[in-house]
Design a protein around this ligand. Sequence first.
Ligand code: CP3
Length: 346
Amino acid sequence: MSTTEAEPPFLAACRRRPVPHTPVWIMRQAGRYLPEYRKIRSEVDFLTLTKTPELAAEVTLQPVRRFGMDAAILFSDIMTPVEGMGVKLHFNPGPVIETPIRSLAQVDALRVPDPEEGVPFVLETVRMLSKALPREAPLIGFAGAPFTLFCYLIQGSGSKTFAEAKGFLFAEPEASRRLLEKLAETMVLYLEAQARAGAKALMIFDSWAGLLGPEQYAEFAFPAVKRIIDALRPLDVPLIYFPNQGATLLETVRESGADVVGIDWRLPLSRARAILGDEVAVQGNLDPSALFAPRDVLGKEVDRVLDEAGTAPGHIFNLGHGIERTTDPDAVAFLVDRVHNGERVP
Ligand code: CP3
């Protein structure tokens, strides 16, 4: 690339460079709130959709086409690469593990698969998308953070508290560490493979990080994430880390080396930036419920997020967590226009 002007706004913002407008994409932007997604989903189940490159690429493109998003996110799931480790699972609608992991022997039996063998369909989807996407909407590849994957593997399904998984952390610290390390190793290979196949940025979803107190986070969850980020650093693609409900963990997160930190709606971006310092960009953080408000209220909420982000470069507009499936797509169109046409350009 010869000039920074030519750089897509999303990638420029990841690198804290000036942008012509604040870039925007939204978590779970491909999904059931879109009629065109539901149409495809009425014909195939979720797992088949993630394993059929033509269809996975199509649903990845849907929100980019409809809204002019500044980034696309690969259509897949955080649990997809775990199947290749030897874990049997299905979705109902969240992940369900056939035999939850509850012993060191089960941890030791897990494989660290070569992504070309374990998830060839994901890499094929990435290759198709890197040809099909417009340059202005770079593809974000992603993986689950080791602790979040650990939560599902041990608990066996979604949970409000993940009591079994958290209990394992305290009762079996050695087995826990081994599992987290194995997951980190697998995710390094998985994310590297996505970047080689054409992903322009990589995001690590730590959806359940906020279940941990700062001590357990720093001792177990954080080192596994740091290991991934350190291993991926030489790739020279922006790395985004999203520690959901992580307001009390940000002093530790600051040391992660991520280029961008995703912030949920519980913490204003100005406060996140004050803790994280100016060496990192932020992504977020409109409450997804604001999309149910009348347009004037939604507009004010969008402006407030832009104001909170301030004028320093390095803000990517997003929701504070995934979009709700009952959201009106027209509210999303309004949001994207408001961000793009806002006067608050960093
Ligand atoms: O548009 C995108 O964001 C890309 C695709 C994507 C999905 N899952 C598709 C999906 C991404 C990035 C994910 C990540 C994911 N999956 C996370 C991390 C992000 C977060 O929300 O915190 C987690 C925790 C999961 C696990 C998971 N998968 C759950 C809890 C569920 C059920 C909840 C729901 O939204 O229905 C899934 C299933 C899933 N993953 C769906 C989609 C579109 C719904 C499947 C369907 O069509 O029935």
